[in-house]
Design a binder for this molecule. Structure first.
Ligand code: PDD
Length: 280
């Protein structure tokens, strides 16, 4: 695999980052995952806009203009022959000096890393048809989940809780309401209405979420952006998640209770189809 590190396209084994990099010591960094279909990046502009916002919120400099970063993405897709899969990008604050809680000077060179993952079948229906089982778990992440930081230990723990319970993923819950999945946005459908949590500091503003809600509204489906509870989810007709790595994927049970008829719902199936069609 060819990876990109600070200006160079190199073999995975030759990639080097300082042990003093604040990404390594403080999880002081941000990332984006952009999916690839038919060798083309999906919604790069959306990811670039969110990346810039994450950088701004952390007072971190962009290593290069977003248009140049697009060329690096394209080159990575080409060099690694990605037909279906994703490009992972990470920017960390770097660090010329010693370990120190205070940020280094503003002109410190950030570290930029990209790699690709090939995922043949990403757009197939096989994964979607089976659906996911989720458990609910307390949301113990920090209070700025709108920033896409590499600080992902709690989502990993939540994923392990799910696995230990024989489930696929966790829906995190705060003050009685579902925030989101460990690495995706969460939705329920009741009657003709799609419900998903409103944006704020409590969740990440998914790029897939924005596209899917736009397609839903264009198709005259009703959308409510508000909090919902686990009980509401259990009582829903269907449920699903969205992310760059899952597109639209149905959720068929929560805490062992079947949602709807326990199969891929028609709203989720339709939105998945529209999303993939429009992204190609
Ligand atoms: N995760 N919420 C969280 C907490 C996420 O980590 C993600 C994405 C999303 C969906 O965002 P988008 O639609 O822009 O992918 C929501 C990526 C895929 C990951 O961590 O691998």
């Amino acid at each position: 695999r060819t990876v990109y590190v600070n200006g160079d396209y190199v073999a995975e084994a030759d990639a080097k980052i300082s042990v003093f990099d604040r990404g390594f010591l403080f999880a002081d960094g941000v990332y984006e995952v952009t999916s690839v279909l038919d060798g083309k990046l999906i919604d790069y502009d959306g990811h670039a806009t969110r990346l810039q916002r994450s950088l701004d919120e952390l007072e971190m400099a962009a290593p290069m203009p977003m248009e140049e970063l697009l060329e690096v993405h394209r080159e990575m897709v080409r060099l690694n022959n990605i037909d279906e899969g994703l490009v992972y990008l990470q920017i960390t604050r770097g660090n010329p000096g010693d370990r120190d809680f205070a940020y280094p000077p503003a002109d410190t060179k950030p570290s930029l890393v990209l790699f690709t993952q090939s995922k043949p079948g990403l757009s197939s229906n096989a994964a979607a048809e089976k659906g996911l089982s989720v458990i609910s778990a307390p949301d113990m992440r920090w209070g700025r989940r709108d920033i896409k930081t590499v600080q992902l230990l709690y989502p990993s723990m939540a994923k392990m809780l799910a696995k230990a319970a024989g489930a696929d993923d966790a829906w995190m819950v705060e003050d009685g309401f579902v925030t989101e999945g460990s690495s995706n946005n969460a939705y329920i459908v009741k009657g003709n209405t799609i419900v998903t949590r409103h944006l704020g500091n409590e969740i990440l503003a998914g790029i897939t979420r924005a596209a899917v809600l736009r397609f839903a509204r264009e198709s005259q489906m009703k959308v409510e952006e508000r909090s919902f509870t686990v009980d509401e989810a259990k009582d829903a007709d269907e449920a699903f998640v969205t992310s760059a790595t899952t597109f639209v994927t149905p959720v068929v049970s929560i805490d062992g209770e079947q949602i709807g008829d326990g199969k891929q719902g028609s709203v989720a199936a339709r939105l998945r189809e529209i999303y993939i069609e429009e992204s190609r």
